[in-house]
Design a protein around this ligand. Structure first.
Ligand code: AR6
Length: 178
């Protein structure tokens, strides 16, 4: 686990499962455009949240790359889920800007909802093919850039599926505060 304070925001990089973050007010979904169940993070979140989530999502879909919407957490221990559609690497361009927009829009929705603590997966780095290191740079830099606009949000956690991905994020976080 790696933790640093960047412009007043506590940023953590941990190894784990996004659906097991019971101390967070909100978790972020690496969604598909239709906000349906899908695989990876989206599959895990929908399975844990139950069918009420898909029902609530129907009215909000479709979303475009870079966009985010917010729902209740349903059967998850978190009050909210923020659903982001990341760019498909090599197809949705400019991919880095669209990925940054996901993090920015998610943080702004969290701020409006009065959320204090939010956990992100590494959006676009699975089925959507975004290289992990480049994605981690965009993710962490965007949180740092947004930090001065955050008042409610005080704690941002990146939850990475494995130790190698966590190490990539931890190193970039250290560079950010160096
Ligand atoms: N907790 C934390 N991280 C996870 C988990 C988990 N439970 N499961 C996977 N990861 P992905 P994307 C990591 O594919 O690239 C879906 O089918 C994974 O190792 O979930 O944005 C949707 O329906 C990877 O590093 O999201 C969309 O169609 C990262 O989370 C599409 O995939 C993101 O992987 C979205 O693709």
């Amino acid at each position: 686990m790696e933790r640093k304070t960047v412009r007043g925001i506590s940023i953590e990089c941990v190894t784990g499962d996004i659906v097991h973050q019971s101390d967070m007010d909100a978790i972020v979904n690496a969604a598909n455009a239709q906000l349906r169940i899908g695989g990876g993070v989206a599959g895990a979140i929908h399975r844990a949240a139950g069918p009420g989530l898909e029902a609530e999502c129907q009215a909000l879909a479709p979303i475009a790359p870079g966009e985010a919407v917010i729902t209740a957490g349903h059967n998850l221990p978190n009050r909210f889920i923020v659903h982001c559609l990341g760019p498909v690497y090599g197809r949705d361009e400019p991919s880095a800007e669209l990925l940054a927009a996901c993090y920015r829009n998610a943080l702004r929705l969290a701020e409006e909802a009065g959320i204090r603590a939010i956990a992100f997966p590494a959006i676009s780095t699975g089925a959507f093919g975004f290289p992990m290191q480049a994605a981690a740079r965009v993710a962490l830099q965007t949180v740092a850039d947004e930090a001065p606009r955050l008042h409610s949000v005080r704690h941002v956690r990146f939850v990475l599926h494995d130790a190698a991905d966590q190490a990539v994020h931890a190193r970039i976080l250290e560079e950010l505060v160096a």
